[in-house]
Design a protein around this ligand. Structure first.
Ligand SMILES: [Zn+2]
Length: 211
C-alpha cells in the first residue's frame, strides 16, 4: 500500500526488510517508528478456525463464502463506540479487500446484527483508543481477531500504516507469518503492503469454500 516502496521489487523489499529486522533497535530511527501489534501467534499461512483464539484469528464470517475462487460477501461493521472514525476505517477495509482481489463489502451493522453478535460472532466490532501503548519498546498499533478490531492511536489512518489490513486478516482467520515486511508479520513497517502472500490468500479462499 502507499507509495513508500513502489519502486522496490519484492526481492529487494524482503532483503531490506530483513536488514531492518536484524538491526532491531535501530528500526524506529530508520522507518520512523515500528508498530507492534502482538497478541497473536501463528505460523505462515496457518488458519485458526477456533473462535477462542482472540488475536490469533477470527471467525469465518457467515456472510462470506468463496465464489468462483473469490472471497465474496458482506461484513457488517459495528464501530458505534466512535462513529466519527468509522468512515475512515471502512474505506481502509474496502481498499484492503480490493487490493487483495476479494469481493467483500463493508457496511454499518444494523441494530439486529449488533444484538445477534452477542450470541455469535457475526459483525466486525471496531474500537478506537487514543493512546498507542508501548510494548517492548514498540508502539502497538492494533489488535484483532474473533470479530474484534482494536486500533490504538491515529497511525492506523496514515498512508504508511498497514494496521487495519493486518487486523482484518486476523479476523478473516489468518495468523502471523515469519516474513519480515509482509502483511502478516507481527510488526508492521512503513513499507508493509496491505496484500497477503499468495499462499495466504489461497488458504483463505480455500477455507471459505468449505463451510
Ligand atoms: Zn497480528
Amino acid at each position: 500500500m502507499g507509495t513508500n516502496f513502489a519502486s522496490w521489487g519484492s526481492g529487494q523489499m524482503y532483503a531490506q526488510a530483513a536488514k531492518y529486522g536484524v538491526i532491531g533497535g535501530l528500526t524506529s530511527v530508520i522507518t520512523g517508528g515500528n508498530f507492534q501489534e502482538g497478541f497473536s501467534i501463528g505460523a505462515a499461512g496457518y488458519l485458526y478456525n477456533d473462535y477462542a483464539h482472540m488475536g490469533g484469528g477470527g471467525p469465518k464470517f457467515p456472510g462470506l463464502s468463496t465464489v468462483n475462487d473469490k472471497l465474496t460477501g458482506t461484513i457488517p461493521v459495528d464501530c458505534s463506540g466512535s462513529t466519527d472514525q468509522c468512515g475512515a476505517v471502512m474505506s481502509r477495509l474496502a481498499q484492503t479487500a480490493q487490493d487483495n482481489g476479494f469481493d467483500i463489502q463493508f457496511r454499518p451493522a444494523t441494530r439486529w446484527e449488533m444484538f445477534r453478535d452477542i450470541l455469535s460472532e457475526t459483525t466486525l466490532d471496531i474500537k478506537f483508543f487514543p493512546e498507542a501503548p508501548l510494548v517492548d519498546g514498540d508502539f502497538k498499533g492494533g489488535e484483532g481477531g474473533g470479530g474484534v478490531m482494536n486500533l490504538f492511536g491515529d497511525r492506523w489512518n496514515t498512508d504508511a500504516s498497514a494496521t487495519v489490513a493486518h487486523e482484518l486478516m486476523h479476523n478473516l482467520g489468518l495468523g502471523h507469518n515469519d516474513f519480515v515486511g509482509s502483511l502478516m508479520y507481527p510488526m508492521t513497517y512503513s513499507y508493509t503492503r496491505d496484500t497477503l502472500l499468495p499462499k495466504e490468500a489461497q488458504e483463505l479462499t480455500k477455507a471459505y469454500g468449505t463451510h
